[in-house]
Design a protein around this ligand. Structure first.
Ligand code: GLU
Length: 434
């Protein structure tokens, strides 16, 4: 696609276990339910998406043939504010996946306490099979079809797996044309020239770094002695690896859809980034350096490291490989990378898992800053964005950590309790219409 690197390029979905992400979300909610006294009726609200739209998307391919794609936009909750969440282009997108991702966005925005609900969108497509012009036509058609749902105070899309600022630029342009005036706050993750926030591209990876530092410090692990493996070298994994390496950590494992690589002495991440800037598909394939060996995706996930950062797709740490995970800490850069069963296995092994809704929230926090700047027509300096992002992430780690200690529960359960109770409280305060 475009010359920019696509966001969140992940490692191949596990073929072993077919997992329905929405079932996973419901299982997670059941665990939270045991820990709270939220009324039964509110649980019924929390378990469902408010609204789901399926759209049919015909485009003319470059060869003149018409091909019809399917897309979705799900608004899971608007109890705490406008719905917020990215758009994913992937062949494995399903309505249930988009619903789950929209639900996770709801808890994510609540756990970091930004005034948003949760939403998500997706198109079933393989963007590597589409030319840039085809991708533009598909994006503009999708924008037109979900236009009745989105809006600056209604539902604000953003990048997710395989979408980037170029895609967001087409969305903001199409939405502005349909609206009759520019609507910069209708989407985040845009190019700076169109109202994007300085620092947004790096924000999810930066958040992963801040959370990792906060958790390692609490566990008494020195970052400069930490060995880290990162699964996925897209927008999240590559930047997290780069920033963690800058903090002195040794990045010994890296992977993307093209393969996984091990370098016991630590990858020169800057050099790897220079390689993927121009490599075919911006992939790691073909990268070679002294001491680097190719391994399997499973070997990467089970490397003998201090920290494992799964930053690709959901359901990567599953029943079959969880028992072999040797990391002391798992920082979930991706959404839903650990299944609930695998989570139990990791807990038995005393692996500290920092859940996705906290670990990767840096992206949406920065999206919120972008939106605030758009609404106020007042751009900030990058330093201000980074400082505020750091503060929100540190405060959130602190709150989740304290609750986990108080209730003697995992960080995941603590984050979910905090988030779900905040959403439940908003539902209670609003009352039920009519
Ligand atoms: N797609 C990102 C996520 O899953 C960012 C969403 C946003 O910025 O709205 O958190």
């Amino acid at each position: 696609m475009a010359s920019q690197q696509v966001s969140g390029t992940g490692t191949k979905r596990s073929v072993r276990t077919k997992i329905n992400p929405y079932e996973m979300l419901l299982q997670q909610l059941d665990l939270v339910r045991e820990q709270t006294d939220i009324p039964a009726g509110t649980w019924e609200i929390l378990r469902r998406a408010e609204r789901a739209l399926e759209v049919s998307l015909p485009i003319t391919r470059d060869d003149g043939e018409v091909e019809v794609f399917t897309g979705y936009r799900v608004q899971y909750s608007s109890a705490r504010g406008p719905c917020k969440g990215g758009i994913r282009y992937h062949p494995a997108v399903t309505l249930d996946e988009v619903k789950a991702l929209a639900g996770w966005m709801t808890w994510k925005c609540a756990v970091v306490n930004i005034p948003y609900g949760g939403g998500k969108g997706g198109i079933i497509c393989d963007p590597t099979r589409l030319s840039e012009r085809e991708l533009e036509r598909l994006t503009r058609r999708y924008t037109a079809m979900i236009f009745p749902l989105i809006g600056t105070m209604r539902d604000i899309p953003a990048p997710d797996v395989n979408t980037n600022s170029a895609v967001m630029n087409w969305i903001v342009d199409t939405a502005g044309l349909l609206h009759g005036e520019p609507v910069p706050g209708i989407v985040t993750g845009k190019s700076i020239e169109l109202g994007g926030a300085l620092g947004r591209r790096e924000a999810t990876g930066r958040g992963v770094m801040v959370v990792t530092l906060g958790v390692l410090q609490r566990l008494g692990i020195d970052i400069t002695k930490a060995r880290i493996a990162v699964q996925g070298f897209g927008n999240v994994g590559s930047i997290a690896a780069e920033l963690l390496a800058k903090q002195g950590a040794k990045i010994v494992g890296l992977s993307d859809v093209s393969g996984a690589y091990y370098c016991p002495t630590g990858f020169p991440v800057d050099e790897v980034l220079r390689y993927t800037a121009t490599s075919p598909g911006h992939l790691l394939a073909g990268y070679s350096a002294r001491g680097v060996e190719e391994i399997t995706n499973d070997e990467l996930l089970t490397l003998d490291v201090d920290v494992l950062v799964p930053a690709a797709l959901e359901a990567q740490i599953v029943t079959e490989n969880a028992k072999d995970v040797r990391a002391k800490v798992v920082i979930e850069g991706a959404n839903g990378p650990t299944t609930p069963e695998a989570d139990l296995i990791l807990a038995e092994k005393d692996v500290v898992v920092v859940p996705d809704i906290l670990a990767n929230a840096g992206g949406v926090v920065c999206s919120y800053f972008e939106w605030v700047q758009n609404v106020q027509c007042f751009p900030w300096e990058e330093e201000e964005t980074n400082q505020r992002l750091g503060r929100v992430m540190q405060r959130s780690v602190d709150e989740v950590w304290k609750l986990a200690k108080e209730r003697n529960v995992s960080l995941r359960l603590a984050a979910f309790i905090l988030a779900v109770e905040r959403v439940a409280q908003a539902i209670r305060l609003r009352g039920i219409f009519p």
